[in-house]
Design a protein around this ligand. Structure first.
Ligand SMILES: [Zn+2]
Length: 97
């Protein structure tokens, strides 16, 4: 027989795992795609909801994601409205301001 707490745990687990869950490895496999969509101005959360969910729950992967996003933005210089250090650097270099 299950007591009430065990039952609660089971239900909680069932709810959490009702959708397939990504492991951190799976998430990191997909995260560059997620970053690409983000940078393309698309909505990565609806294209890759499992990655979004994982990033919400997992601080480690979120850090990876944010670092990757920042790095790619800097390299590409196509950050949508964000501060892009590389751009001001080139501006100063080319135009002296
Ligand atoms: Zn993770």
């Amino acid at each position: 027989m299950l007591d009430r707490d065990e039952l609660k745990n089971l239900v909680r687990e069932a709810l959490q795992t009702s959708d397939e869950e990504l492991s951190c490895d799976d998430c990191l496999d997909e995260v560059d795609r997620y970053v690409e969509l983000e940078l393309a101005g698309l909505d990565p959360g609806s294209a890759l909801p499992m990655v979004r969910d994982h990033l919400r729950k997992c601080g480690d992967c979120r850090e990876e994601f944010e670092a990757l996003l920042a790095a790619v933005r800097e390299v590409d210089g196509r950050g949508g409205g964000g501060v892009v250090p590389a751009r001001s650097f080139w501006q100063r270099l080319l135009f002296g301001r």
